[in-house]
Design a protein around this ligand. Structure first.
Ligand code: THU
Length: 160
């Protein structure tokens, strides 16, 4: 038997103001998108903004449904929009922010497992990492330099 240790490297910033201007802009876009979330059941609004290498910014927010599993997270709304409308573009960065109508979200909100898997697909496809910045409504921002840092042992097409 052999044990292996998998390390994840994350950078933590005390606030958005510590970040470069282009990242602050992307987080602002995610915040704007977040306010258009359709979240009548959870009252938890999530916004995501993707920076494409060509300069475009794609946004998405969570879309809930009375049949709960039929809804979709903000991150997948955004990444599927990018994949369907800019299929050959590289995604360089994703910014994510969440706000609850019930309490103030100060803890950085990472993408859920299904969204990590969906993001991993595009990182593998484009053969370059996607940096992910995530935060709550205010406060600390976490940066992962690659989806691999938040999803060890990804399942990809090499296993098929
Ligand atoms: N949600 C997202 O949009 N992204 C995540 O990564 C986590 C959860 C949404 C789904 C649902 O509409 C609400 O947040 C509560 O789970």
């Amino acid at each position: 038997m052999k044990k292996i240790i998998i390390e994840a490297h994350l950078d933590i910033f005390d606030s958005m103001s510590e970040l470069p201007e282009e990242i602050q802009k992307l987080l602002n876009k995610a915040q704007q998108a977040r306010e258009n979330a359709y979240a009548p059941y959870s009252h938890f609004r999530v916004g995501a903004a993707l920076q494409l290498a060509g300069g475009e910014i794609i946004t998405g927010n969570n879309q809930e449904n009375a049949a709960f599993p039929s809804g979709l997270c903000a991150e997948r709304v955004a990444v599927f929009h990018a994949g369907s409308n800019f299929p050959n573009e590289t995604i360089t960065t994703m910014a994510i922010t969440a706000r609850s109508l019930n309490h103030t979200v100060t803890v950085p909100t990472p993408p859920c497992g299904a969204c990590r898997q969906a993001l991993a697909e595009y990182e593998v496809k484009q053969k370059s990492p996607i940096a992910i910045y995530f935060m709550g409504e205010k406060g600390k921002v976490v940066r992962a330099n690659s989806v691999k840092d938040i999803l060890p042992l990804i399942f990809d097409s090499s296993y098929l």
